[in-house]
Design a protein around this ligand. Structure first.
Ligand SMILES: NC(=O)c1ccc[n+]([C@@H]2O[C@H](COP(=O)([O-])OP(=O)(O)OC[C@H]3O[C@@H](n4cnc5c(N)ncnc54)[C@H](OP(=O)(O)O)[C@@H]3O)[C@@H](O)[C@H]2O)c1
Length: 292
């Protein structure tokens, strides 16, 4: 069978590598001995990846000429944007531009990280924007894989969230009887690596590793911290006031509809071990908490 994808002789460009998803992807690829180039606005932030063997190029997703340069000699690309910085229009423009350049430079494997339920007409702007980017990628007929993560467990590391949990309160906009699917961001790295390795071209993979109600989440933190962590429901009006409309709209949808990954199927189809919240808290949340 013809080799459709890339091999370890090829160079992979990772976008967003100084952030959570791109960082997980770059680390995993380097661990598995892929050749990695990372795009960074501030190369100093990519220092650790450079030490691990990555080539660092300076560039900006809003400056096409820097991306043209970053694509030189590249065969694989991992693409992610940050809606929370760009907003709707700019996220779409950046996502489409990276896909257009993949077409122009005949990239052999383009991986795009979207969000689960992007195509379910949620009315949540940062879900709809990602669907538009997906449609553009499919329309270009790129050799692509789309990864669609749910709520990242790493959100629990946001300073306000972390501080609250540490003080014994898990504040959440999710209602007590609703469950929320979540995923450790390291699995974005695992699945990007797997997609390149197994040449999973044309696959669209929804990523979740755990599903819990907020009461169950609080129990996990309570057990791990050895003290009571109490779930407190945050009404959407309050959330809109403090965190903005985009955030509260997403939680409104979490409470009405919610993510729908078949986690068992994900495990059995790809033969992967998926991390539950308990393990995440012990292995990631507590050590990071002590380091601060
Ligand atoms: N949080 C969740 O639960 C969740 C779940 C599913 C999907 N998502 C989606 O994930 C996306 C964010 O991914 P993330 O969590 O990995 O974000 P992140 O940790 O904030 O990292 C964003 C990365 O993008 C880079 N970047 C941003 N603007 C850039 C630009 N103009 N040029 C070059 N690089 C740029 C940042 O570089 P700097 O280091 O220079 O800032 C950083 O490396 C969002 O679109 C969100 O909708 C989030």
């Amino acid at each position: 069978m013809a080799n459709l994808g890339i091999t370890k002789e090829d160079l992979i460009l990772v976008i967003g590598a100084t952030g959570r998803q791109g960082g997980a992807v770059a680390r995993k690829l380097l661990e598995k001995n892929w050749k990695v180039r990372v795009l960074a606005r501030n190369p100093e932030k990519a220092f650790e990846l450079k030490e691990r063997g990555a080539e660092v190029v300076v560039g900006n997703l809003d400056e096409p000429s820097t991306l043209e340069k970053a694509y030189q000699g590249v065969s694989g690309v991992f693409s992610v944007q940050n809606f929370w910085e760009t907003g709707f229009e700019r996220e779409i423009a950046q996502g489409k531009l990276l896909a257009d350049l993949a077409k122009k430079y005949q990239i052999k494997h383009f991986i795009y990280s979207s969000v689960q339920s992007s195509g379910r007409k949620t009315g949540i702007p940062h879900f709809d924007s990602k669907w538009q980017i997906e449609e553009h990628i499919r329309g270009l007929k790129l050799p692509y894989t789309i990864l669609r993560p749910v709520f990242l467990m790493q959100n629990f590391l946001y300073p306000d969230f972390k501080k609250a949990i540490d003080s014994g309160v898990l504040p959440m906009e999710v209602k007590s009887n609703r469950s929320l699917q979540m995923v450790n961001v390291e699995h974005v790295g695992d699945f990007a690596q797997l997609s390149f390795e197994k040449q999973l071209i044309g696959e669209e993979i929804d990523l979740a590793s755990e599903e819990l109600t907020p009461v169950q989440m609080a129990d996990v933190f309570s057990r791990a911290l050895g003290k009571t962590v109490k779930y407190v429901y945050i009404p959407l009006e309050e959330s809109e006031r403090t965190k903005g409309k985009e955030w509260s709209k997403m939680f409104e949808w979490f409470n009405k509809t919610g993510y729908n990954v078949n986690i068992q199927q994900l495990k059995s189809r790809y033969g992967v071990h998926l991390m539950d919240l308990n393990t995440f808290v012990y292995r990631v949340w507590i050590p990071q908490k002590l380091a601060v």
